[in-house]
Ligand binder design. Sequence first.
Ligand code: KMH
Ligand code: ZN
Length: 274
Amino acid sequence: MEPLIITCAPVGAEVTPDQTPYLPYTPAKLAETASAIRAAGASIVHVHCRTDEGTNTHDVSRFKEAYDAIRGASDLIVQFSTGGAIGMTPQERASVLELRPEMATLTCGSVNFGDDIFENSFPIMRGILAKMHQYHVRPELEIFDKGHLANARRLAKEGLLTFPQHVDFVLGVPGGMEATVPNLCELVEDLPDGCTWSVAGVGRAQLAMALAAIAMGGHVRVGLEDNLYYSKGRLASNEELVARVTRVAQEAGRPVAAPDEARAILGLSKLAAA
Ligand code: KMH
Ligand code: ZN
């Protein structure tokens, strides 16, 4: 089986610094985390930014600071969030693409998100994709529900996407598809030929979904964006969550991919020497 790509999502938009001491919400902390998760086996870092006070921001200069800090500390594939936080405008969410990260997320449809709605209408998706094309940023298709795959195929019919793509199933969001192995199998069956995929299980499903993906030949996302705990009642650091997946994968005979191996699997260019 292909080496395992581990993505770490160390800071989401929903977790607050008072919930855990392990949230790396400043560029300096993100740099430290980048180095630690790289050593633990991650090859992609999924980035959200906060102000120094911990408030969500999609300010381009803050993302630039974070990008430079991460790149200074590691050779990880840097993937920006264009999902941002509930309440951000689509323009704010897409603005950071001008920094030309190697990858960025594209959520492929609207979804209930707790009591809120995470809005991704076709005009919003088209707008984000247009900016991705403009700045040559590789999308990762975020799939929260089965209809999102149909939406991605519709975008492809419109000529805005070509398959195969790298897809991330985000399962277990209250309002989205539940994080179960049958659901994951159904989604994988429905993928266009040649796509690579990973799964991010929310909350306590994070480990179970990672185990399933290791066995199925998929890839894995872990991190505090999706899950705060190592085990019941025991808060986790990002590097611990990555290290656990690395250990289990090695036991299962799947080596983890270094960032340049992950770039080769995903068809991204090698990182240019600094
Ligand atoms: N914070 C969520 C509303 C992404 O990063 O692309 C959206 C999200 C998805 O986290
Ligand atoms: Zn995110």
